[in-house]
Design a protein. Sequence first.
Length: 191
Amino acid sequence: MHTTTQARVQSVAIQTLRPNVTREQAIQTFSAGPASLYWKMRSGTLHRMADVYIPFRVYRVRYPVGRILRTHLFALDAVDGSLDPFEFAALPGEAEIISVCTRNHLAPALSEIRSEELLRDKLLRMIFQRGFFKLRTVNLVTERLPGEIHLPYWLGFYGPPDNLRFRVMDAIRRRIEGAKVASLFEQWFAA
């Protein structure tokens, strides 16, 4: 059986950040406003909602800017590395993490070596976009922290069963995600 399918079928206990959006709040967001009308006209009505989880690997990243050593915590999705890194102000504590028994989680498929390469590339782009482009070289030191943490999302199902469309909300940052995240879930659902 395919690894992704196994993860979707078997309920497993995972560690996830506590969501900031309830099911009811997600339904309200997906059902109200101009975007909701657009989705209804384009893909049909909202048929159901599901809480889904993406595994992320957490890294401590250090790099010098002049004489200052900057340290940040970033997480990169462990599925294929296509999502933007998630930045933490501090490591999540026990009050921010919950254990959930679910089958609605994507399986990590990205090798640790490739994960670190992708993180470095994405972070270098971010550093230069933030105005540190005058630096000739940036010496990034990455340290993978133990374990994985799952980030929660709300997945809205639209349209007929033979042509389902997905709309995704980040349950931590309270924002509707774009095509990149929706595509990740579409691939997982089709597997």
